[in-house]
Structure formats: C-alpha cells, structure tokens
Design a protein around this ligand. Structure first.
Ligand code: ADP
Ligand code: MG
Length: 260
C-alpha cells in the first residue's frame, strides 16, 4: 500500500520543453489512466515516476519520502515499471526472464525459493504465458513479449505498477485480460498508472484519467469528466460521428470475455 506523488515535474531536452510543471497523485487501490496524443509526454512522465535517471526537476514522493532517497532494491520491490519499448533483444528463456522479476526479493547469488517459484508460476498463469515458458524471449510476437514483461513486473509483487501502453500490441481478449489484471492488482490494495490510447478501455477500467498534451496536464478527473466533446476536439482533433450525442454513449467497450 503506497501513495505516490509527483510535484512540479518539469523536463527540458535540448531546449525543448517536454514536461511543464506536471503534478500527479496515485492513491491506494487506484487505477489511473494516463492519456494524451502522441508526443504528449506520457512515457517521459512514467519514466520519471519510476525513478529512472534523467534531468527532470520537481519531486517524486513515495509515502512522503523522496524517491531518490529510497534504496534501489527497495524501490524495485515497491514500484514496477513496464516500458513501452520492449524491442530489447533478450536471448533468454521466458521463464528465466520472469524469474529476474524476483531479484529485488533475493540476496546476491541467492537461488529462488519455493515461494519465489510459486509467485513466478502464478504471474505466468495470470498473464497467460505458461505455454511460452521454454521459448526464447526474442522470438516472441509483440503481444506475447508484452505479456511476458508484464509477468516479470508482477513477479516483483510491487504495490505500484507503472505500465506504458501495455495493451497496444494485444489482441482484444488479451487486452481485456490485462486490464482485468490491473484492476485486480488495484482491488487487492495495489495501485497502477497505465498509459492507454484506447479511450474505451481507459473509460471502462480506470478510476481516474489524467490527460497530458504538450507536456502539461489539460484535464484530470473521472473518465466522464475528462472525456468531454470539447476536450476530445481540442486535444485529439476528433468529434463525435452523427448519431452520437455525447462521448459517454460513444465511448463504450462493446465486448467482454466470453464464458464457457
Ligand atoms: P508520449 O509517450 O506521450 O507519446 P514521450 O514522453 O515519449 O511522449 O515524448 C514527449 C516528447 O518528447 C516527444 O515530442 C518526443 O519526441 C520528445 N522526446 C522524448 N525523448 C526525447 C529525447 N531523448 N530527445 C529529444 N526529444 C525527446
Ligand atoms: Mg509513449
């Protein structure tokens, strides 16, 4: 259970403003969707929330303590970060890669315990990658790779999960699975920030949305508060098609996993 707070995050790269005084708060049990057009600064913000090195100013507090002051290993136990770009070529067996997710819980050179192996099995089941166990990671499809990396992130049993477009490469059923998994993580006391482009998924699953554009927060609140006609037009340059009166009716998730 943790509270993550970002205050006054500002990032300039080569004289260009990437993020401008962005604030973000993630409470216990909260699933926060970070949305916004390409280049809005979503990935940059998520990396900063994860405490990755960079030149950002502002502060990140984890339960009131500066993230920078928390030891790397402890941070890794509490915050898991799933990057957008998974094109890293790991010639590693999938199960070895997921096992790496347990490192923050192991002492140097310590072999995984029975409990560690149990966690690894559970997260591989949850992300539906058990059948890929013996595959070499860099031969996986984009969607399979993302699910394996999600399993690795969950293997750390973090309280906070930061996931950058985790469903972008997934088929519809796996998109629902992964969103349900994030929801479950938050229902059981964890919390998550998830970057999404799919407004229907964002609206259906997220408790709150924060919309970035041009490195600033343009709107934040419940999905209905954020996804207004005015904002969709201003930020994305899209309007409702004839026949739809308001975004609430237009932005719906038309399917669910079938049972039986
Ligand atoms: P998003 O994830 O919302 O699409 P990003 O955070 O990846 O946006 O990028 C925000 C902006 O910062 C983009 O215009 C991108 O081109 C720019 N940017 C990101 N990293 C760098 C970098 N290392 N050098 C120059 N520009 C960058
Ligand atoms: Mg991005």
């Amino acid at each position: 259970m943790s509270l993550l707070q970002a205050r006054g995050i500002t990032l300039d790269i080569a004289g260009t403003s990437i993020l401008n005084n962005v604030n973000l708060t993630l409470g216990n049990g909260e699933l926060l969707g970070l949305i916004g057009p390409n280049g809005a600064g979503k990935s940059s913000l998520l990396r900063i929330l994860a405490g990755l090195p960079g030149n950002a100013s502002g502060s990140i507090l984890l339960d009131g303590v500066e993230l920078k002051k928390i030891k790397m290993k402890e941070r890794a136990r509490r915050i898991a970060y799933l990057a957008q770009d998974n094109s890293v070529h790991w010639p590693l067996l999938v199960e070895r890669l997921v096992e790496l997710g347990r490192l923050p819980h192991l002492d140097n050179w310590q072999q995984p315990s029975a409990k560690d192996l149990e966690v690894i099995d559970r997260v591989m089941q949850q992300t539906d990658v058990e059948q890929l166990r013996q595959r070499v990671f860099d031969t996986l499809s984009g969607g399979e790779a993302m699910r394996v990396l999600l399993a690795r992130a969950l293997a750390a049993e973090p309280s906070i999960l930061l996931a950058d477009e985790p469903v972008a490469a997934l088929d519809p059923a796996h998109q629902l699975d992964v969103m349900a998994l994030l929801q479950e993580h938050c229902d059981s006391g964890g919390s998550a920030v998830v970057v999404l482009h799919d407004l229907a998924l964002a609206s259906h699953y997220c408790h709150r949305l924060q919309l970035l554009s041009g490195g600033r927060t343009l709107a934040a609140g419940t999905p209905n508060e954020v996804l207004t006609e005015e904002i969709l037009k201003k930020v994305y340059g899209i309007s409702l098609r004839p026949g739809f009166d308001n975004p609430k009716d237009a932005i719906t998730l038309p399917w669910e996993p079938s049972t039986g």
